[in-house]
Ligand binder design. Structure first.
Ligand SMILES: [Fe+2]
Ligand SMILES: [Fe+2]
Length: 382
C-alpha cells in the first residue's frame, strides 16, 4: 500500500513506487489516495477526490503491477492507515502487506493513530525523498524498530526531492505527460483570480464587464447542469481575449498559428476572434482542448457541441450586461432548459442576419440542425 493525497501524483511518487515493486518483488501495488488526511489540510486550489483518484489511475499505468485503489475515498472521513490495512488484510488474507512511505512520514509515524498496530499488520518500506536522507532514515528506522517492533526495509530509490506543492507550481518536468495533460485539461491548480486580472489587462472596460457577466452566468449554468466549474470559468474568462484586435491583426494571428478558418458567411470580423481566441488560449494561456473548443464555438456554434460548448455559447449571448430586449428571457430559459435556449438563440441569430440581408454561417445552421435532431431523438426515446 502506498498512500498519499496524490494532489497530484508526480514523478517522485512514481520513481519510489517503481523502486519498491522491483526491490521488494511486489506482485501488487495499491496507490491509495487519502480522503481527508488527518494531519494535513488540503490547499485551496486542490483537485477533487474523483480527480485525485483519476490522476492516481494514470500514474498507476506507469508503475509495474500497480493500480489505484479507492478504499479510503469510499470509506470517507479521516483516512487512518490502520483501518485501511485491516481491510486489506481481510481482502488479501494470505499475503504479506507492505506500507510504503517517504522520510517525512517515517519521522511523523509515532504520531499516527495506533503505530504499533500498523507495524503488526504490515512491514514498512521507506523511500528517501532527499539526497542525504539516508542517515535520517537509518535513525528513524531504528527508533521504530525499538519503539514498535517495526519491520523496516529501506529502499534504494533515486531520490527525487520534490513534493506535490512543487509539482503544482508548474515545474512540469517533474510530472509525467499524462498527469500534466490531465491537469491542463481540467484547469487544475489554476489561480482563476490571476487569470481574471490578466484578462482585465487585455480588454477594454465594457468588454471586460461582458466577460465577467459571461463568467458569472456560465458558472451558474455549470453548477446547474453539472459541468466542470473551473473549465467553464476559464473558458468564459478567455472567450473574447482577441476580440479587440483588428481584422488585420487577427489574420496575422491566423498565419502565425496556422489557423485555417472556413467561415463562409458575412462579417468575418465579428467571428474570427473565436478561432484566434481559441489558439491564444492554447498557446499563450496553456489551456486544454475543452476550453479551446468552447472558445472556438462560442460565436457561431458547431455541429457537435459539448456541455461546456453550449454553456459558453449561451452565456456569451445573454449574460447580464447584454441589453437587447429578450436577453433576460433568454437567461431564464437557459437556466431552465439549456438546449432550448441554445436552439432559440441560434434561430434568432439566423433570422437576424437574414433580415439584414446577410448570409448566416453554415456552422450555425448545422449546429441548429444537430440540436433539433438530438431533441427529436430524445423525444422518441422518452
Ligand atoms: Fe465573442
Ligand atoms: Fe463575448
Amino acid at each position: 500500500m502506498f498512500g498519499g493525497t496524490f494532489n497530484p501524483p508526480h514523478s517522485g511518487h512514481i520513481a519510489a513506487a517503481c523502486a519498491c515493486v522491483e526491490q521488494l518483488k511486489l506482485d501488487k501495488l495499491l496507490l491509495v489516495p487519502t480522503a481527508v488526511p488527518p494531519h494535513k489540510q488540503l490547499p485551496a486550489l486542490t483537485a477533487t477526490s474523483e480527480q485525485r483518484l483519476e490522476m492516481t489511475g494514470l500514474a498507476a499505468r506507469l508503475i509495474p503491477n500497480a493500480e489505484a485503489c479507492d478504499i479510503e475515498l469510499r470509506r470517507g472521513g479521516a483516512s487512518y492507515t490502520k483501518v485501511t490495512l485491516e481491510s486489506l488484510r481481510e481482502r488479501y488474507p494470505d499475503d504479506e502487506l507492505w506500507l510504503i512511505m517517504g522520510t517525512d512520514m517515517l519521522e511523523s509515524f509515532h504520531l499516527w493513530r495506533e503505530p504499533e498496530g500498523i507495524c503488526k499488520l504490515a512491514r514498512l518500506a521507506v523511500c528517501a525523498r532527499d539526497e542525504g536522507d539516508r542517515q535520517r532514515i537509518e535513525q528513524g528506522a531504528d527508533r521504530l524498530r525499538e519503539q514498535f517492533g517495526a519491520r523496516v526495509d529501506i529502499i534504494d530509490n533515486v531520490p527525487l526531492p520534490m513534493s506535490s506543492t512543487e509539482a503544482r507550481g508548474g515545474e512540469s518536468l517533474k510530472l509525467p505527460d499524462c498527469i500534466r495533460e490531465y491537469i491542463r485539461e481540467h484547469c487544475l491548480y489554476m489561480d482563476m483570480d490571476a487569470l481574471r486580472e490578466r484578462v482585465r489587462e487585455m480588454l477594454g472596460e465594457r468588454r471586460f464587464a461582458h466577460t465577467l457577466g459571461c463568467e458569472k452566468l456560465a458558472v451558474l449554468l455549470a453548477q446547474k447542469y453539472g459541468a466542470d466549474e473551473r473549465v467553464v470559468r476559464a473558458s468564459a474568462l478567455l472567450h473574447d481575449i482577441t476580440k479587440e484586435l483588428s481584422l488585420t491583426q487577427q489574420l496575422r494571428l491566423c498565419e502565425k498559428w496556422s489557423i485555417i478558418h472556413d467561415y463562409d458567411g458575412d462579417n468575418l470580423e465579428a467571428v474570427i476572434h473565436a478561432d484566434t481566441g481559441a489558439a491564444a488560449a492554447a498557446f499563450e494561456y496553456g489551456m486544454g482542448s475543452t476550453v479551446c473548443s468552447a472558445i472556438r464555438k462560442h460565436t457561431v456554434g458547431d455541429e457537435s457541441m459539448s456541455l461546456t460548448d453550449r454553456i459558453i455559447y449561451i452565456a456569451d449571448a445573454c449574460e447580464e450586461t447584454r441589453s437587447y430586449p429578450s436577453a433576460r428571457e433568454m437567461r431564464e430559459l437557459a437556466l431552465r432548459d439549456l438546449n432550448a435556449a441554445v436552439i432559440s438563440n441560434m434561430e434568432q441569430t439566423i433570422k437576424r442576419l437574414e433580415n439584414l440581408g446577410k448570409k448566416p454561417y453554415y456552422k450555425t445552421e448545422r449546429a441548429l440542425a444537430a440540436l433539433i435532431k438530438e431533441k427529436e431523438g430524445k423525444k422518441i426515446n422518452e
